[in-house]
Design a protein around this ligand. Sequence first.
Ligand code: 6GU
Length: 248
Amino acid sequence: MRLDVVTIFPEYLEPLNVSLVGKARARGDLDVRVHDLRAWTHDRHHTVDDTPYGGGPGMVMKPEPWGEALDEVLADAGDDEQPVLVVPTPSGRPFTQEMAVELSGKPWLVFTPARYEGIDRRVIDEYGERLDVREVSIGDYVLAGGEAPVLVMVEAIARLLPGVLGNAESHRDDSFAPGAMAGLLEGPVYTKPPEWRGRGIPEVLLSGHHGRIARWRRDQALARTADHRPDLIAGCDPSALDKHDRAA
Ligand code: 6GU
């Protein structure tokens, strides 16, 4: 998978050299290219922003540098391989595990994290005529720029690529994963030692009884979801629940 990021803070994307994403890059499973938007400015001050038409606070990112940058990044696009353009913005559609799964199946993603009050609308409209453009938000709070959301989205997407997590089963039971746990939050986990500061391990996990363990994990997931995310229970497909779930 190829990922391009155009930003005025390339150093903000340094964490993409670390851990799971860094290793996927080193292996060649991920081709990440971070570009400095200011390379496509032509004035002495490398200006990327200007005052908003219509007035109001803050600054808006000028369209010309974005247009030149994206034209150059997209120059590699063949008829067969067009990237998805991911535009981080607090006014976007919510980024979800479902969207991460979908985007992890694409060969090429281009991210355009903005600062200030965002990018001149004409840039999104222009590329929206040629590309699949997704305006995406990572949650209901406002950040100073889209770089941290890009780190969040790239990590969520990269860990789904074949071979990136050691074990394909690692994401089977993920919180929000469809399937056996039907979008429930994951319950508690334990490892050795068997006693720590006087605290033991739930007896059932030591029983070796796989059926009872699976039932216990599901009860824990249901209880945790009801407590932390009752909206997920309310939105749950009733056919995803069984009579044991109802008893819990
Ligand atoms: Cl994608 N950008 C910014 N600036 N703030 C956000 C966001 C994105 N998602 C949630 N808050």
